[in-house]
Ligand binder design. Sequence first.
Ligand SMILES: C[S@@+](CC[C@H](N)C(=O)[O-])C[C@H]1O[C@@H](n2cnc3c(N)ncnc32)[C@H](O)[C@@H]1O
Length: 289
Amino acid sequence: MLRHAVKQAALMVPSVRRLFEQRDAARSELADLKDKVEAWRVALRPTLNADDMMPDWFLPPGPYLAGAPQRYTDNYDTYIARGGVMRPAEDVVGFVRRSPKYGYDRARFYFLCLVIDFISVSKLTGDMAELGVDKANSASVLARAAKRLDKQIYLFDTFEGFSEQDLVGDEVKHRGGYADTSFDQAKENVPGDHAHFIRGYFPETAAQVPDDTQFCLVHLDCDLYKPFCAALEFFWPRLVPGGFLIMHDYTSLYWEGVEKAVDEFFANKDELVIPIPDMSGTVVVRKMK
Ligand SMILES: C[S@@+](CC[C@H](N)C(=O)[O-])C[C@H]1O[C@@H](n2cnc3c(N)ncnc32)[C@H](O)[C@@H]1O
């Protein structure tokens, strides 16, 4: 009590108040620096022990991390001078933190970064969405970018793993998939009130998106045929011209339902799917009009 009163009195003296302000500014700078150091520490960690962490996954020997696009390395100063919005060394932290295994897929990470760059430069309107969030590895990258571009992001997941009603045909072998998903961990990985977590079974939850919402980027990563089909039906008409539809797991040969859903949906459209050489087989489509 007395200490508080003394401090309040001292703060009335301008020179003392300035000192306190300088101290607070220094503390905040120190906190920022600590964040950056942590970012680098986490970002570099996967180079050390990948084989220990993923003994059952095929990782070619040697420098198996994807080389970074040169705009984020050699030419980073030029990138920043031209208004580049990504900060890969910091943005990768959320991508590797909650599910380090998937964090090894740097080609996927850099692809998302480059898509954001396109959206930023071409000033695409519309918000972002992801179906299939799990612990928010990919969502963390998208959400950080959405904040910088002043966009909302809608994040759909049961947060209870696959739903029994989605397991059709062979997909029953995936029963129990992602049961360890965590709403709390996802939220922690994606701060900000521009991020709207839509918890529950998709497509039932789609009604929670405001009617007039349009998207510049939609990321589908829900693995199974039924929700994938429903998502294509829901998001495609809401994608702006030039918007990016990113579909995970198409070429991996693990998720036949995804391949089928995408092939069926685009069979009668002018747009073509383009493969991305990331680990889990992403394909992308840009909507023409
Ligand atoms: C592969 S994980 C998502 C991975 C995440 N994008 C990442 O980067 O780590 C697939 C997620 O889709 C969710 N999911 C599958 N079917 C769903 C449905 N019908 N409605 C909502 N979420 C669903 C699961 O709960 C699971 O968390």
